[in-house]
Design a binder for this molecule. Structure first.
Ligand code: FO1
Length: 316
């Protein structure tokens, strides 16, 4: 496995994003990789601050993630969850005993005034994670999903409680105007040779990060390679394809490339979508057709390798 000297910043959220971030972490020197994570999914639950995308990225990088779901911890027990349910606590969002410790300690530190980026840095050290993981901002941003049937829903209400069933009309990122990039974010982008948009949901995992104005401007002029989260018109995991169609857009890898448009110079799509490569080329985006489904850790490494090769081509 050739090691690259490229300095890479990866934007990630959700399970797919975490897997490619892990693939990049396995082939790049730790100092060459910074992962900027969506925090629009964050919410308060059981009186605790929960940061699902930060935890999914960190647990995955640390090898602690539940392999079946991709989120939460492996080898979990559910004593707290079962007893919370008996006590009349909310039981629609499954939090395991090991995961509770993360939320308790994060909530305690935030209440003491420690910035989320500092908490994340300390947790990465505790979990033996070497690449830099940064929240997109230390201020709170809440993704709101506007739906036909139930009006505006907080993200986890839509995603978990309502199981993504309501029909999506649009999104809002509450607090995004006041949100500053977290310390280190702009510097990492400035120093990067290239940026990777991981195969995360473009609407609710990548767009929140791009809607932080100073992040979007810092990215302009940087080579960006995005990986499609949609294969054969379907999302590998999650509601991205359903969101596209509910917004009147035929779900496809091409739709994702169009969504990112000018902000990307390269686009990685799956072999089943090879017929779309020419149309992506016509957008002025260099396509790369490879296997993008990550079932094993070696799939993650191979996809990460492919992304870096694409970056070398677009920056040549
Ligand atoms: N997703 C679910 O579909 N059901 C759950 O009960 C659930 C619990 C959960 C607990 C901790 C955590 O970090 C993530 C969790 N997720 C759950 C995933 C979460 O909804 C994320 O927002 C998604 O991964 C999308 O980013």
């Amino acid at each position: 496995m050739t090691h690259h000297t490229l300095k890479i910043v990866a934007l990630a959220g959700g399970v797919g994003g975490a897997k490619l971030a892990d693939g990049l972490a396995r082939i790049l020197p730790p100092d060459n990789l910074t992962i900027i994570v969506n925090t629009g999914d964050d919410f308060e639950h059981w009186g605790l601050k929960i940061c699902p995308d930060l935890d999914t990225v960190c647990y995955t990088l640390a090898g602690l993630a539940n392999p079946e779901t991709g989120w939460g911890r492996a080898e979990e027990t559910w004593q707290v969850f079962e007893n919370m349910r008996q006590n009349g606590g909310a039981d629609w969002f499954r939090i395991g005993d090991k995961d509770v410790a993360t939320h308790l300690e994060r909530t305690r530190r935030l209440k003491e005034g420690q910035p989320l980026s500092q908490v994340t840095r300390d947790f990465c050290r505790a979990w033996g994670i070497q690449p830099t993981v940064l929240p997109m901002t230390d201020q709170s941003v809440a993704t709101i999903v506007d739906t036909v049937e139930q009006g505006e829903l907080a993200f986890q209400e839509y995603f978990v409680h309502k199981r993504c069933e309501p029909t999506v009309k649009g999104f809002r990122f509450d607090g995004i105007e006041q949100a500053e990039p977290a310390p280190g974010v702009l510097q990492a982008i400035r120093e990067a040779d290239a940026v990777v948009f991981c195969p995360s949901n473009p609407w609710v995992s990548v767009d929140p990060i791009l809607n932080i104005t100073r992040i979007r401007t810092a990215l302009a002029g940087k080579p960006v390679a995005a990986v499609s989260p949609i294969i054969g018109g379907k999302t590998v995991k999650g509601p991205a394809a359903k969101m596209f169609s509910e917004l009147g857009i035929e779900p496809s890898a091409l739709a994702v490339a169009r969504h990112y448009g000018e902000s990307i110079s390269g686009f990685v799509l799956d072999a089943v979508d090879a017929h779309l490569a020419d149309k992506i080329q016509e957008l002025g985006i260099r396509p790369l057709v490879v296997n993008t489904l990550m079932k094993t850790t070696s799939d993650r490494q191979l996809l990460a390798q492919d992304v870096l090769h694409l970056i070398e081509r677009v920056t040549a």
